[in-house]
Write a protein that binds this ligand. Structure first.
Ligand code: Q0T
Length: 337
């Protein structure tokens, strides 16, 4: 059957009438099960001129949906070494959105969240004309009063945590054991809040500093929630072969109390490491961005503008990693666009 399947693939773009009878049988036998996979067009930027842009990040564009709700759109943009690259990654926006939706549901017994719906048929009328672009990659969310802190949880010593530890032996005021190595698992997960600094780089702060910004009661609440969420998600992810080394949550206040907002536990808001190659004492391979980083190092990009484009093979390989992370974590195939 294999060579016939190859023939089928070769002929799949040609007119059915031109296919030889033998191959045509295979075509018909396979019709129900063979799925060709023309990916959705890569979305680098949204342009919804009649909607009010609420915020735009490296990867996401947020619009005002109505007085109480926002529209989050995950584009296919990718950043590396702090810059958004000239090329997008096929399926990336849908993977990030669908993964967030999975986690919102997975975590709903610990914390309510800002999701209203991701079903474009249920979006407010003015958004529906953009359904084709929005489907699969967007969420309608409740407008919340956002806490001005990034709630970071670290289970492993990496990134700015590793830098701070090397300089001071502590991270965000939490003293850690002496002699820890890069990427080492921490004795227990730690809450290491940060504030958005003007530089665009988040600035690590102590819990006491957080208290000054948002008060004791809310700080305690957010710390407890963040650690519970991380623990449940990281334990689960590990059973699927993925280490969630660290992650960032954002919370907001609504009429229903504190809600988990933003995107959650995606490769963009977290460090995902493949568990099977984990080895402390060095930086780890990135689950999602390793092909991109390797390519950027290979071309000796100076990590300043202009950010380069990516070869097709790097885009495809990276896309496959995002889609694989979704499949491993959820046990489901990525829903088609
Ligand atoms: C927000 C009100 O995600 C952000 O920017 C990306 C470009 C940060 N951000 C969050 C909000 C949310 C959320 N999430 C919410 N539910 N209500 N504001 C705005 N910016």
């Amino acid at each position: 059957m294999n060579h016939l399947n190859v023939l089928f693939l070769i002929h799949s773009s040609t007119c059915v009438d031109k296919i030889s009878p033998l191959v045509r049988i295979v075509f018909e036998l396979n019709e129900l099960t063979v799925t060709t996979k023309p990916s959705d067009p890569i979305l680098l930027r949204t342009d919804f001129p009649d909607l009010e842009l609420h915020a735009s990040g490296k990867v996401r564009d947020v619009y005002r949906a109505d007085s109480e709700r926002l529209l989050f759109v995950a584009t296919d943009r990718i950043s590396a070494f702090d810059y958004v690259l000239a090329s997008g990654i096929p399926e990336k926006g849908r993977v990030l959105t669908q993964l967030s939706l999975f986690w919102f549901d997975f975590l709903k017994d610990i914390v309510p969240n800002h999701l209203v719906t991701a079903n474009v048929e249920q979006y407010p009328e003015p958004l529906k004309k953009y359904a084709a672009e929005l489907r699969g990659r967007s969420m309608l969310v409740i407008r919340a009063n956002m806490y001005p802190v990034e709630c970071v949880v670290r289970g492993y010593l990496s990134g700015s945590g590793w830098k701070e530890y090397q300089q001071t032996g502590a991270v965000c005021g939490i003293t850690l054991p002496k002699g820890m190595r890069e990427s080492e698992k921490l004795p227990e997960p730690i809450f290491t809040p940060a504030t958005k600094a003007a530089s665009g780089h988040d600035e690590n702060i102590s819990f006491d500093e957080m208290v000054k910004h948002v008060g004791t009661v809310d700080s305690e609440t957010l710390r407890k929630l963040s650690l519970s969420i991380y623990q449940k998600a990281a334990d689960y992810a590990l059973t699927k072969g993925i280490i969630i080394a660290d992650t960032k949550f954002e919370f907001g206040q609504t009429a229903n109390g504190v809600v988990l907002a933003d995107e959650v536990l995606t490769p963009d808001s977290s460090r995902f490491w493949p568990a099977d190659s984990y080895s402390p004492g060095r930086a780890q391979l990135s689950y999602d961005k390793q092909y991109v980083r390797d390519y950027l190092e290979e071309i000796h990009w100076e990590k300043k503008p202009p950010a380069p484009a990516l070869p097709d093979q790097v885009q495809q390989n990276t896309s496959a990693k995002y889609v694989e992370a979704y499949r491993l974590l959820t046990g489901r195939e990525l829903p088609r666009g």
